[in-house]
Design a protein around this ligand. Structure first.
Ligand code: ATP
Ligand code: MG
Length: 197
């Protein structure tokens, strides 16, 4: 492509982008859903949280699946003065197989989340792996949708999980699907510190 053709193409592109930017004038919190079977949902949510913390904002994380307590992100963030980190108590894992206890734990985690969604001090709330609570019927979507709709206008929320309940998708501002094309695990690579947790 000639230089002049490239220049005129870039000028046209700039006009289109500038026009789109000038149309996006609203400033408010957003609901972001990160779904799909590929790797990168939780780590993307925590990456966004770094941005928020970098701007001096206040954040909270609730992890709805009891995993290893000592994930790298937990070790890195736990002492941050602008961040609360909650891990669901007797949380759901593939191993618990105790539906009653899982439901109790889900409800306890949800009651913490509900408090955060009413609190204007929080700018960003990450509800990590929350989608499993709906998939297994541990929580109803209706009260969560209501709380999300009523949250403070400046507050953003990120929900992660492989499958996402439709009522959440109906009210989300941004939805990204992380597609699984390949994963090292299937080639025999074990979960490694610093990569998987
Ligand atoms: P990450 O925390 O690395 O961003 P994720 O949140 O997208 O991953 P989850 O569905 O929460 O992924 O799965 C949790 C764990 O399973 C992570 O350790 C992740 O690396 C791993 N994982 C994610 N996708 C796959 C996959 N397609 N195959 C095998 N393991 C996966
Ligand atoms: Mg995850």
């Amino acid at each position: 492509m000639s230089d002049s053709k490239h220049l005129s193409r870039m000028q046209r592109k700039k006009e289109v982008v500038d026009e789109r930017i000038s149309r996006a004038t609203e400033e408010r919190g957003v609901l972001i859903l990160l779904k799909g079977n590929g790797k990168g949902k939780s780590s993307s949510a925590f990456g966004t949280m770094v941005r928020s913390l970098g701007h001096g904002q206040k954040c909270a994380v609730i992890q709805f699946i009891k995993g290893r307590r000592e994930t790298g992100e937990y070790l890195f963030f736990r002492d941050h003065p602008q961040l609360d980190w909650h891990i669901m108590g007797q949380g759901f894992t593939w191993e618990t197989q105790d539906r009653e206890r899982d439901i109790e734990a889900a409800e306890a985690a949800w009651s913490i989340a509900r408090g955060l969604l009413e609190n204007p001090a929080y700018d960003l709330i990450v509800l990590d792996e929350m989608s499993y609570m709906f998939k297994y019927g541990y929580l109803d979507t209706a009260p969560i949708v209501a709380a999300l709709n009523q949250r403070p206008a400046h507050q953003s929320v990120i929900i992660t999980g492989r499958t996402m309940a439709q009522p959440l998708q109906d009210i989300a501002d941004t939805i990204s699907t992380v597609q699984d094309e390949r994963h090292a695990f299937r080639q025999g690579v074990k979960a490694q510190a610093g990569i998987e947790y």
